[in-house]
Design a protein around this ligand. Structure first.
Ligand SMILES: Cc1cc2nc3c(=O)[nH]c(=O)nc-3n(C[C@H](O)[C@H](O)[C@H](O)COP(=O)(O)OP(=O)(O)OC[C@H]3O[C@@H](n4cnc5c(N)ncnc54)[C@H](O)[C@@H]3O)c2cc1C
Length: 503
């Protein structure tokens, strides 16, 4: 990329930003934003805020990063986000590229034709690796991460939030974001309702060694997986297997499972415990489905599992949380830097809550399709037939991979509100121009300008860009905020998303 062809102002220093009026008796602000929780959502949010030089502290209650390997991997939209921030090359060597198909309710189907992305694959990568890479990225950008520090309480007023740590220490910031997972302390202290369905079925998952030959396991797994969809033994390398099996009912669900629990359940379902031994880690998870009633109360916000939980079918939770952070980061940064239009921060909930609602619904549907009851099995057979129509298959995969999302930006062409795929531009590729988390006017007419917004929005004049509209205005999250060729109309939309022009 030839950066001189993109007009951009350097970001101003955080010290330039006026602090909110603070009374003489108030403690000074320690940070602009405190984030509770350094899971994937918290780490991504911290990095996004740092792109705008917001002073960020991430408080993480655990002293060490988690070793519990959960996820299937990163789906297309998350891979696009990584590409937009120049992270994909760092992440790719740690994962394995797999086909972007066949994961809706584990119905085996080929990758649908015409998936509209330059990154149309699933990247299989363990969650601890993603968390580590995102945390490192946030720290490199200047975020502070303090481990072994649990958020225990907070108070907020018109100007700030005072956060209390478990050890009694108090820190003051302008905003607090709860990225503290499904049992979020921040959400509970806010008193935000978390309605939905409690867990009905628990599942055991872990990594362990086995005592029988691989061929024997493969034959048994093939036999059983025809009727039991919550069951697998997958080789992980070095004689280790990932084991998943329905859990028996227990009186205390918070109690960690034992190897004996796995053996018993394997014997019940497969007639053998495969001689499992030497576990690396063991876990139990449920299928509760819940959505926070609000994502924001004053200066406190929620993101990731703190705002929504659902069964891990289709592998969407981490992806959803990272995408929440991507949506919120630039808006919260704009608020802190003082250029946010009045309602910008509220668009976070308006845009992301319906996306989470949709994910909750598709996991509810998938859970039904995984049931071994005759009714759901009949629906599964019917859907399996329907998915032979490529459009049906594509619709479902676009849903799970989150490339089908269209935010409601009002009336306009279908592209308005959608994310723009990575396309060729004269400097290389579009996503390569979005690393700094700024807006971008991609202008094929070569006669428009971003004028007084050039400190927040880059301008790329490129008549050869692979677009079938004259110009698009992209938000920092890559969603299309405007399409057209009229300067006045563009200025109105720049004001709507990027506030008042400088000077
Ligand atoms: C078995 C299983 C398989 C899964 N598979 C997939 C998959 O394939 N794909 C996918 O996308 N998702 C998957 N998920 C879901 C995914 O793991 C979660 O959605 C994801 O971890 C959410 O990230 P988060 O950062 O929002 O929350 P978390 O990962 O829960 O992180 C929250 C962090 O906050 C910390 N914390 C908690 N309380 C406090 C406090 N008071 N103060 C400070 N810190 C605190 C925690 O220690 C933790 O580090 C799976 C989940 C399970 C259980």
């Amino acid at each position: 990329m030839h950066s001189e062809q993109v007009t951009a102002e350097p970001p101003s220093k955080v010290d330039d930003v006026p602090s909110p009026a603070s009374g003489a008796d108030r403690a000074p602000l320690d940070f602009d934003v405190i984030i509770a929780g350094c899971g994937p959502t918290g780490a991504m949010l911290a990095a996004e805020l740092r792109l705008h030089e917001v002073r960020v502290l991430v408080l993480e209650k655990e002293t060490e990063p988690a070793s519990f390997v959960r996820i299937v991997g990163l789906h297309i939209r998350s891979l696009e986000l990584m590409a937009m921030r120049g992270l994909l090359d760092r992440i790719l060597p740690h994962g394995r590229q797999r086909p972007a198909g066949g994961f809706f309710a584990a119905i085996p189907k080929p990758v649908p034709k015409g998936l509209d992305s330059a990154y149309a694959y699933l990247l299989g990568i363990p969650q601890p690796v993603i968390e580590r890479l995102l945390e490192e990225h946030a720290i490199e950008l200047g975020a502070q991460v303090r481990r072994g520090c649990a958020v225990a309480g907070f108070e907020q007023d018109d100007e700030s939030v005072t956060v209390e740590l478990a050890d009694g220490q108090r820190l003051r910031s302008r905003y607090l974001v709860g990225c503290d997972g499904a049992r979020s302390t921040v959400r509970k202290l806010l008193g935000v309702g978390f309605p939905g369905e409690p867990s009905r079925n628990d599942t055991l998952m872990g990594e362990m060694k086995v005592g029988v030959p691989q061929e024997e396991i493969a034959a048994k797994v093939t036999e059983i997986s025809g009727t039991h969809h919550r069951f697998w033994l997958r080789p992980f390398g070095e004689g280790i297997y990932s084991v998943l099996v329905p859990a028996a009912r227990v009186s205390d669900r918070a109690e960690p499972p034992t190897l004996e629990d796995f053996k018993q359940q394997l014997r019940t379902i497969a007639g053998t415990d495969f001689g499992v031994h030497s576990p690396r880690w063991l876990s139990r998870f449920g299928d509760a489905t819940r959505l926070a009633e609000r994502y924001r109360v004053g200066r406190v916000l929620l993101a990731g599992d703190a705002a929504h939980i659902h069964p891990p079918i289709g592998g969407q939770g981490l992806n959803l949380g990272v995408q929440d952070a991507f949506n919120l980061g630039w808006k919260l940064a704009a608020q802190i830097r003082g250029w946010a239009p009045e309602t910008l921060l509220d668009t976070y909930q308006a845009e992301r809550q319906p996306v989470a609602e949709d994910v909750l619904d598709n996991t509810r549907a998938q859970a039904e399709l995984l049931s071994t009851e005759p009714g759901p099995q009949a629906v599964r057979r019917l859907l399996t037939e329907l998915m032979d129509f490529d459009e049906v298959n594509r619709h479902l995969i676009e849903k799970i991979t989150a490339i089908g999302i269209r935010y409601d930006f009002g009336e306009g062409p279908d592209l308005l509100g959608r994310r723009l795929r990575d396309i060729d531009v004269k400097q290389g590729n579009l996503y390569g121009l979005l690393h700094r988390g700024r807006g971008l006017l991609l202008d094929r007419t070569e006669r428009l300008t971003v004028g007084g917004w050039s400190d927040r929005v880059d301008h790329l004049a490129d008549p050869t860009a692979a677009l079938d509209v004259p110009c698009v205005l992209l938000r920092p999250d890559g969603h299309v905020a405007w399409i057209g060729d009229d300067q006045q109309d563009l200025d109105d939309h720049l004001s709507r998303w990027f506030g008042k022009p400088a000077g």
